[in-house]
Ligand binder design. Structure first.
Ligand SMILES: NC(=O)N[C@@H](O)C(=O)O
Ligand code: NI
Length: 166
């Protein structure tokens, strides 16, 4: 199995795949007579196709053992998909560049507690991957007609490790 080590999630590193949802470095301004700070426009929600609409969901994820065996990635051709954790624990984010309709070599990221991600429409990604304990996420993605899920199974799975820096 090919081994891939997770790297710390940053906006710059993740930019080809979507958005990092966090207050750090975000545009913000006070609202509600100064009683609230709005961290504004953190991610781009995309929906396409017949009867497309935005869904707000909660996913209760079960943790995966490490090192992770990655044998499948998926993508959503008709919309983006955002995962925002409801608890301050890191989770694993895996994405792949697209190479003529197939995923290229995966990249793995470990989030800083409180960071979320938004996969841009059509971005190859691993499924939701909590790592330490069950974790709830607000998930914003696309509903509507048509098939919004494409899976790719690797003939040779990858082993994803998380270094001790976290
Ligand atoms: N299938 C589903 O709703 N979840 C996946 O898309 C995922 O990325 O976890
Ligand atoms: Ni997905």
């Amino acid at each position: 199995m090919k081994r891939i080590e997770a790297e710390k999630l940053t906006r710059a590193a993740f930019a080809p795949f979507g958005d990092v949802i966090e207050t750090e470095g975000a545009e913000s301004f006070l609202i509600n007579a100064g009683k609230c700070r709005r961290f504004h426009d953190l991610a781009t929600v995309e929906t396409a196709g017949e009867n497309a609409r935005i869904l707000i969901n909660i996913f209760r994820g079960t943790p995966y053992a490490l090192p992770l065996k990655l044998s499948m990635v998926e993508r959503h051709p008709l919309g983006s998909q955002a995962f925002m954790p409801l608890s301050p624990a890191p989770f694993l984010v895996i994405v792949c560049p697209d190479e003529d309709g197939r995923p290229g070599a995966p990249r793995a990221f470990i989030t800083h507690p409180g960071q979320g991600v938004n996969y841009a429409r059509g971005t190859w990604h691993g499924v939701l991957t909590p790592i330490d304990a069950p974790q709830d996420f607000v998930v914003v993605d696309r509903g509507g007609d048509g098939n919004n899920l494409e899976e790719f199974h690797f003939s040779d799975p990858y082993e994803i490790t998380v270094p001790s820096f976290t």
